[in-house]
Ligand binder design. Structure first.
Ligand SMILES: NC(=O)c1ccc[n+]([C@@H]2O[C@H](COP(=O)([O-])OP(=O)(O)OC[C@H]3O[C@@H](n4cnc5c(N)ncnc54)[C@H](O)[C@@H]3O)[C@@H](O)[C@H]2O)c1
Length: 368
């Protein structure tokens, strides 16, 4: 098969990672890069055509597909332009910054029939796929609940270089928890209801530094999540799987999936059960560690995108699916601000019907 010609829009932190993976990949040809900081990017990639305006990249380099790795607020407009030109796209997470823009993008994607993938790269880990398969096969019986922590301490510099991170939308819910919400939707099932409490006691910013959320899943499973960017712990998915150098490896499990016949820790895939499928609190419980390989999730994501573009695989995470993750994540902020339990069913239905889901409070807009 011929190589896939691809462009990258936005060559910042994650865009440069994508460029590196594309250059290393035998099945892609990098057609060009677009970045508003054209000169700086061009200096880094002297052999690659770099455009200041992404429309010039699309019109002149004519890639078959693009990766959109620009700031969140630009995802919808760029995605709509690509859809109108029939260009397939991998859009970095979050799919867009608001539900309205997600719905507008979805309409164009449907009308043009372009293929889409959203960059929640966690779905491509072998540990994640293995967990999903084991839960689906009923290894731990009916999934009764899941309990999880994402807690780490962001240094002062993180906020000094980008003061927007101290404002609504810049906190751990929309920056970090969104990945965990997507992971939970993929492994435990659709999230139908959300309640939450948040706090800014540690940092005293106008955005939360800590949040506790209760999640209701479609099969009746109950989830509890504690997330904080102001607490020192070994319990984040990043530390547990060792997926990036920025998060030193801890090898600790931050998730416990609890079922009617046993439990599973993630990412270590430690399986807890009683002899002969027993269900008796007086019986001893034993553990065994199941195996999954470590693969580079960004490379695996690119392999999958190649197959999606060639039409040999269904997208693991379409724009509509990414918008559902956004709906559930924004609901955590909304629930914490309002003190209400938020039912998500009407919102999913509105999105699927091509309508704008009820808008979230302005304070919950997403930023990077
Ligand atoms: N999946 C992941 O692991 C992951 C990690 C980090 C960031 N992200 C997501 O990737 C996106 C980019 O984040 P980042 O941390 O790389 O940001 P960044 O600020 O480091 O980079 C953004 C780049 O886009 C360029 N840019 C801005 N507006 C543009 C436009 N209209 N056209 C072309 N280029 C434009 C900027 O000059 C900059 O080089 C965000 O949506 C973020 O949420 C995903």
């Amino acid at each position: 098969m011929p190589n896939v010609s691809i462009g990258v829009i936005g060559a910042g932190l994650i865009g440069r990672k994508h460029v590196k993976k594309i250059i290393e990949h035998p099945d892609f040809d990098l057609a060009g890069i677009a970045d508003i900081e054209r000169d700086a990017v061009s200096a880094q990639y002297p052999d690659i055509p770099v455009f200041k305006d992404y429309k010039s990249l699309l019109g002149e380099a004519r890639p078959q597909a693009v990766i959109i790795a620009s700031p969140n607020q630009s995802h919808a407009a760029i995605g709509i332009e690509c859809a109108r030109r029939g260009i397939d796209m991998l859009i970095e997470k979050p799919v867009t910054d608001t539900l309205e823009s997600a719905a507008a993008l979805l309409l164009e994607v449907r009308a043009s029939n372009v293929r889409t993938l959203v960059g929640h790269h966690r779905r491509h880990h072998d540990q994640v796929r293995t967990l999903r398969r084991l839960l689906g096969e009923g290894l731990i019986g009916n999934l009764v609940g899941v309990s999880a922590i994402w807690a780490t301490y962001k240094p002062a510099d993180y906020f000094r270089v980008a003061p927007w991170r101290t404002q609504p939308g810049g906190g751990p819910i929309l920056i970090n928890l969104i990945h965990e919400i997507d992971f939970l939707r993929y492994t435990a099932g659709e999230i139908l209801g959300v309640s939450a409490i948040s706090s800014s006691r540690q940092r005293q910013f106008s955005v939360e530094d800590t949040v506790g959320a209760l999640l209701e899943f479609d099969a009746g499973c109950i989830g509890s999540f504690f997330a904080s960017d102001s607490a020192v712990s070994p319990w984040t998915t990043e530390q547990g799987v060792g997926e990036s150098v920025e998060f030193p490896f801890s090898g600790e499990s931050s998730y416990r999936f609890v079922g009617s016949r046993g439990s599973l820790e993630f990412p270590n895939l430690v399986h807890w059960s009683q002899a002969h499928g027993g269900q008796n609190w007086n019986e001893p419980i034993r553990s065994r560690r199941l195996l999954a390989s470590f693969i580079d999730p960004y490379r695996a994501q690119l392999d999958h995108f190649r197959d999606v573009v060639r039409g040999t695989a269904e997208s693991l995470l379409t724009v509509e699916d990414g918008a559902r993750t956004l709906i559930a994540t924004l609901a955590v902020t909304e629930a914490a601000i309002s003190g209400n339990r938020i039912d998500l069913r009407d919102r999913y239905e509105a999105l699927a019907a091509g309508e704008f889901p009820p808008s979230q409070p302005s304070s919950s807009r997403v930023s990077i």
